[in-house]
Design a protein around this ligand. Structure first.
Ligand code: SAM
Length: 340
């Protein structure tokens, strides 16, 4: 898995048709992300050295304050150390313990697999790792556990499911699901640089043999070689391979909302009627339409409801991380196919 694999992915992506290309929101990040990825030191993937990668999930640090160059200079010149001010004398350790405790309770309420059985990978030097009963966690790991708990309330995972995720980002959701259910099958799709990092991370977090990477799947013209119980990584232009597959769950978190409606409709065309369940975590009123990074047409919850004809929205709720309500008015929702 090396630079040549990234170049191969980029070549195939550039030859793919328009509906599989990044739209305005992610085009704005494209050059910057590629520059980072082409020179990345994987040992520091999650250390905070590459803050831009937080835009698709590699966000593990405790503090992510960004200062303007001016403010940095002033702090340096006058040797000002900013006091860390939190209400109720809270320390990061308090927040981590409360977040863990909260997730434990949510897990129990939803009859979910226990958080205490799993541990986060420390590959890439993540910030904010803490230990409970000899297992390691990050707040970010807990956040993805909560998403699983909400989905599990309805889906009742057994571990035999086939899950498809478009826009997997860092792969943190996959890490949670696969660690809780070692026999589950997960098929991930994303833009080239993102899937390249995701597969590298997951190979380290889950073990190399568990992950079938794009240097194998890039040439696939169908899914006949798919074996149950593994994680598969694909470029997003390979989504049409799903044409042959019936699967249990389709998963999309904070990704459709950053595309344009026609692109989402195209992806959903390969998902609808093939997936029994659909999990979405998106902005209730859509992404912003101004600024450097923006969408042209926001997609709201009402749009998803209309797009998912043939499915019934079983439950939707405001989305929470393990320490706060997600900023940006996100909802998470579960849809079930109307016919079995
Ligand atoms: C905000 S990140 C979310 C990542 C992950 N789902 C999570 O919750 O952490 C959005 C993801 O959508 C992916 N994405 C954006 N546009 C896409 C497109 N046109 N096709 C496929 N994936 C896309 C990005 O590459 C990125 O991984």
């Amino acid at each position: 898995m090396g630079k040549q694999d990234l170049l191969d992915l980029l070549r195939e992506y550039r030859n793919a048709s328009e509906e599989f290309q990044a739209t305005s929101y992610w085009k704005a990040y494209e050059k910057e992300i590629l520059k980072i990825v082409s020179k990345i030191d994987f040992n520091y993937l999650r250390s905070g050295r590459y803050p831009r990668l937080a835009s698709f999930g590699f966000a593990d640090g405790i503090y992510s304050r960004r200062y303007t160059p001016w403010k940095k200079a002033v702090l340096k010149i006058f040797r000002i150390k900013e006091p860390q001010v939190t209400p109720y004398y809270l320390t990061p350790e308090d927040m981590q313990e409360m977040a863990f405790h909260h997730c434990q309770l949510v897990g129990r309420l939803n009859d979910a697999k226990s958080l205490e059985d799993i541990s986060v990978s420390t590959f890439g030097s993540p910030g904010g790792v803490f230990t409970v009963n000899n297992n390691q966690y990050t707040v970010s790991f807990l956040n993805y556990y909560l998403r699983y708990c909400f989905a599990h309330r309805h889906i009742k995972f057994t571990g035999k499911e086939v899950i498809v995720e478009i826009g997997s980002g860092s792969g943190y959701q996959v890490e949670i699901l696969k660690k809780l259910y070692p026999e589950i099958t997960i098929i991930c799709f994303d833009l080239p640089a993102q899937i390249y990092l995701c597969e590298r991370y997951l190979s380290e977090a889950l073990g190399n043999d568990e992950v079938v990477k794009t240097n194998v799947t890039l040439e696939w013209r169908d899914l006949s070689l798919l074996e149950k119980g593994k994680v598969y990584c694909f470029g997003c232009w390979q989504v049409p391979l799903l044409n042959e597959l019936e699967f249990d769950v389709f998963w999309n978190a904070a990704s459709f909302g950053e595309m344009e409606p026609d692109v989402v409709n195209n992806y959903l065309g390969y998902v609808k009627n093939r997936a029994k369940w659909i999990y979405l975590l998106q902005k209730r009123h859509g992404q912003k339409t101004t600024g450097r990074v923006h969408v042209k047409q926001p997609i709201t919850l009402a749009h998803y409801r209309a797009m998912l004809n043939g499915y019934r929205l079983i439950e939707e709720q405001s989305a929470f991380s393990s320490i706060n309500k997600m900023r940006g008015d996100y909802f998470e929702g579960i849809w079930r196919r109307e016919y079995v």
